[in-house]
Ligand binder design. Structure first.
Ligand SMILES: Nc1ncnc2c1ncn2[C@@H]1O[C@H](COP(=O)(O)OP(=O)(O)OP(=O)(O)O)[C@@H](O)[C@H]1O
Length: 316
């Protein structure tokens, strides 16, 4: 039995552009399974439909069509059972301002009918670096501390399936390390993890399999290893002091002073370097590296660039 199953999931919202009777498909026939024990990444650009899919998984929104189940429990028809098996860390910082941290965790335990949960609550506080905040009111915690509490709240009932929706957006390095060490430990102990993130180096390091969504459709789904292997070869990277001259070949990714060219072989690298020399460019910190998940992501998104028919994907 899969940990999570999405079968032909579609979600239509009222169209933001067109007449009131029009709808817009935020999810379009999304189907895939996540096996028990996987660390699975769900990636996609802004607006791809990741949060919509997670909201449906958490039973907080209804799919327009299709079915979703958690360890065999349908998220609609068997909501309570599915919810008990899931721990969802939401993207938004939602919390009750009247409780301190320990009270909030006890209250959440009660919601799931769990009494005497203090040993596990202590372990959660300790693992997430929250022990000295246990008696602090949620209202006065910093954003990063509130995010830690959200993780603890999601895990308070020891769910076998953990869903993290951009858990490291805007959080410091220390929390990232603490969080990933803890989540990886739970994964090694058998928990299934579904992660959405825009930090592709985190996804590359943590996830065994990855699905990429674009405009509500799955456009790539494979092991991280296979996705990286299928990417076209190497990347030539260098820094420049000036603008990139127009005479240089197209296809560069430019971030500030850093220029990156996808380079299939040595000949391609030589050609880029020759073009730079002819243009009189001074190159610094020249480096040739293997394509990483960010390169793969950009390649996949480019392959599925919006076509005119998709641009007007409104369904009347
Ligand atoms: N309640 C809603 N009503 C109408 N449209 C919505 C609603 N919620 C989301 N959408 C639209 O559905 C699409 C998918 O949004 P969603 O939030 O799922 O994307 P996402 O992949 O999570 O993006 P991000 O990376 O920015 O969090 C977007 O075009 C969004 O504007």
């Amino acid at each position: 039995m899969p940990a999570i199953s999405f079968q032909s999931v579609s979600k239509a919202y009222p169209s933001p552009r067109n007449a009131a009777s029009d709808t817009f498909l935020a999810l379009d026939e999304v189907s895939f399974n996540i096996d028990q024990g996987e660390f699975f990444g769900l990636l996609g650009p802004n607006g791809a439909g990741k949060t919509t899919l997670i909201t449906i998984l958490a039973g907080l929104a209804r799919a327009t069509s299709g079915t979703v189940s958690v360890l065999g429990s349908d998220v609609q028809s068997d909501y309570a059972a599915a919810r008990r098996k899931l721990g969802v860390v939401p993207q938004e910082l939602v919390f009750d301002p009247f409780f301190n941290v320990r009270e909030a965790l006890r209250f959440q335990s009660g919601y799931f009918g769990i009494q005497h949960n203090d040993a596990w609550i202590d372990e959660l506080l300790e693992s997430l670096g929250l022990t000295d905040k246990a008696h602090v009111n949620m209202r006065v915690l910093s954003g990063g501390m509130k995010r830690r509490v959200l993780v603890a709240l999601a895990l308070v009932h020891r769910p076998p399936v953990i869903v993290l929706d951009e858990p490291t957006a805007g959080v410091d390095v220390e929390l990232r390390q603490t969080l990933w060490a803890f989540i990886s430990k739970l994964n090694k102990q058998g928990s299934t993890v579904l992660l959405t993130t825009h930090y592709l180096e985190e996804a590359e390091a943590l996830c065994g399999r990855i699905a990429m969504l674009k405009e509500g459709r799955v456009v790539a789904l494979d092991t991280t290893r296979a996705l990286l292997k299928a990417a076209s070869g190497n990347v030539l990277q260098f820094k420049i002091d000036s603008e990139l001259p127009l005479s240089l070949p197209a296809g560069a990714r430019v971030t500030g002073r850093v220029v990156q060219y996808p380079a299939i072989d040595a000949l391609a690298i030589e050609q880029y370097l020759a073009a730079a020399r002819e243009a009189g460019l001074t190159l610094h910190d020249i480096e040739i590296r293997r394509a990483d998940l960010e390169d793969v992501f950009l390649q996949v998104m480019k392959q599925h660039a919006q076509t005119p028919s998709q641009a007007s994907k409104a369904v009347v």
